[in-house]
Design a binder for this molecule. Structure first.
Ligand code: GLC
Ligand code: CA
Length: 558
């Protein structure tokens, strides 16, 4: 089947509703890594106008919303997660008026737009940090960050043993005072160029509220909150306890209970705007119960499901994680979310085995994820079946994780390689015609994975995603989290079968054997060939199939 073109803009355009629709409860949200999505001017760096030029593609794919990684002015030490100005656009990505045009056009295409906010730390080039360095210990300027005297003789040792999350040593760096002598230390849970903000400081809170309002006034539909679980640090900076992360809020810097006060106040701001503006938490926390705390009715709307993202291609594991997520998040009235890849992890096609096995599993995993109740996140290139690029030359790599580990950790560049859109030569349509520039080199094998090529191939990953998203729109809403495992489910034999209200059934064979199943209804879609007419069709290893039971009531009118 050829993919459908974009629907007429006015048929789907986002218009503010009087009644809440809960649009986000089952939305499919497409993650755009701006640097690598589409480059409008040929400098090798993706940008806002590049995204704008591809809105027809995204609407045609059938997603509901876009989340764009940070585009703020930034020295780009951590690809934009080091923000120097929260209320402007990095010139490499465009201007505020480009952003306004993009937002307007996205809405006209029926696509909501979520932006990334980075509250745990600023860039070391943020004016606040420059001011703090020039100011004296104990000053108001230093109080916006975590400055502290060192330990040991002459304060030569960091205030405690906390380590940077990116490797490369302590989470503290020492500054020099104005006489040129070594002075206080400041905290950075990530790189030294990302000093942590002090969220006990009222000015920090007020300024972020101003930032939220700035973007909400422009009309954004929500925020993805970076490191939403680390903004509060324990007074006195006690040592970290060895062993697994505690799940009772007792870590001195991760997932502390007081962080919820901040999220409640942000929810208040979001709710003061019309049109259901949402927030999604990036919070790596130890249990579903701790995650659910971020999703209580007066806090955030969604959180990424990292248990799901980290899972292997395994029926027992996914059976458990799906059940726990639906129940655990349902307990606070929140929809579950599902995600397979993002800009921080090895792409799932490669995680699931790579090559033809990885591709087969990635196809099956896509249909499983899109069948689950709740909201799903698709990372750019998932829909093209892009693998992790493992063969990047060392001198091309830019991730601080690679640099700070002295090359021991390959870092995250391999999942951030610019998308292939069309043609046989680099940059494969990433840039304008005849531009071969891309900030990370694309493998030549990607000539076969371009959007152009896959749109013309009914068997491609892109066609699978497009068909699945189209069908998903016709299914009864999946916002209530209802999912029922049937008694034919046999996780230990690699088979999962579940039913959703409205006669929708999903069967997944995780392998290694092909499994003969009893045909549960009419075949809607499958990730690999299956005889949908046989009373006992063979569900091949690593295959997901969607069915509608004999009452045929799955396809409701939209
Ligand atoms: C989040 C981002 C990651 C970034 C880090 C520090 O984990 O997803 O890309 O490096 O925060 O801001
Ligand atoms: Ca560009």
């Amino acid at each position: 089947m050829h993919t459908s073109g974009p629907p007429a803009a006015d048929s789907r355009s986002v218009v503010p509703q009087d009644e809440p629709t809960g649009w986000w409860r089952d939305a499919v949200i497409y993650q755009i890594y701006i640097r690598s999505f589409a480059d409008s001017n040929g400098d090798g760096i993706g940008d806002l106008q590049g995204i704008r030029s591809r809105l027809g593609y995204l609407a045609g794919l059938g997603v509901d919303a876009l989340w764009i990684n940070p585009f703020y002015p930034s020295p780009q030490v951590d690809c934009g997660y080091d923000v120097a100005d929260y209320r402007d656009i990095d010139p490499a990505y465009g201007t505020l008026s480009d952003f306004k045009e993009l937002l307007q056009d996205a809405h006209a295409h029926g696509l909501r737009l979520i932006i990334d906010i980075v509250p745990n730390h600023t860039s070391s080039q943020h004016p606040w940090f420059t001011e703090a360095l020039a100011a004296a210990p104990g000053s108001e300027a230093r109080d916006r960050y975590h400055f502290h005297p060192g330990k040991g003789e002459g304060g030569n040792l960091p205030p405690n043993g906390w380590q940077s999350a990116f490797g490369g040593g302590p989470a503290w760096t020492r500054v020099t005072d104005d006489s040129g002598r070594p002075g206080q230390w400041y905290l950075h849970l990530f790189t030294p160029e990302q000093p942590d903000l002090n969220w006990e400081n009222p000015e920090v809170r007020a300024d972020f509220e101003k930032t939220l309002r700035f973007w909400l006034d422009l009309g954004v539909d929500g925020f993805r909150i970076d490191v939403a679980n680390a903004m509060i640090k324990a007074p006195g900076y006690p040592e970290m306890v060895d062993g697994p992360d505690p799940d009772d809020g007792s870590s001195p810097c991760w997932d502390r209970d007081d962080v919820h006060h901040i999220h409640r106040s942000w929810r208040h701001v979001l709710d003061s705007y019309p049109g259901e503006r949402i927030a999604v938490a990036e919070a790596w926390v130890p249990t579903v119960q701790r995650l659910a705390m971020y999703l209580r009715p007066d806090e955030l709307h969604q959180a990424f499901n990292f248990d799901y993202l980290k899972a292997e291609w395994s029926a027992p594991q996914l059976h458990r994680i799906i059940s726990d997520s639906v129940t655990g998040l349902g307990a606070v009235g929140a929809p579950a979310t599902w995600v397979l890849s993002n800009h921080d992890v090895v792409r799932h096609l490669t995680r699931f085995g790579g090559g033809t096995v990885g591709l087969r599993r990635a196809r099956a995993a896509a249909l499983l994820m899109l069948a689950l109740p709740g909201s799903a996140y698709v990372y750019q290139g998932d829909e093209l079946g892009l693998p992790e690029v493992t063969e990047l030359p060392d001198d091309a790599r830019q991730d601080p994780v690679w640099l700070r580990s002295g090359g021991a950790n390959p870092g995250r560049d391999g999942c951030r390689v610019p998308l292939p859109w069309a043609g046989r030569n680099a940059s494969y349509g990433f840039g304008p015609a005849h531009s071969d520039r891309s900030w990370l080199p694309q493998p030549t094998s990607w000539a076969d994975l371009t959007v152009e090529k896959q749109e013309a191939d009914p068997g491609s990953m892109l066609s699978l995603y497009t068909q699945a998203l189209k069908l998903r729109r016709g299914l009864p809403r999946a916002d209530d989290g209802t999912l029922e495992w049937t008694d034919t489910s046999a996780p230990d034999s690699g088979l999962l079968v579940f039913r959703r209200p409205g006669g929708f059934i999903c069967t997944v064979n995780f392998g290694p054997q092909d499994i003969e199943i009893e045909r549960p209804g009419d075949l809607l879609l499958s990730s690999s060939p299956i005889d949908g007419t046989s009373p006992r069709p063979l569900l091949r290893a690593d295959t997901t199939a969607w069915w509608s039971d004999e009452r045929g009531d799955t396809r409701t009118q939209q």
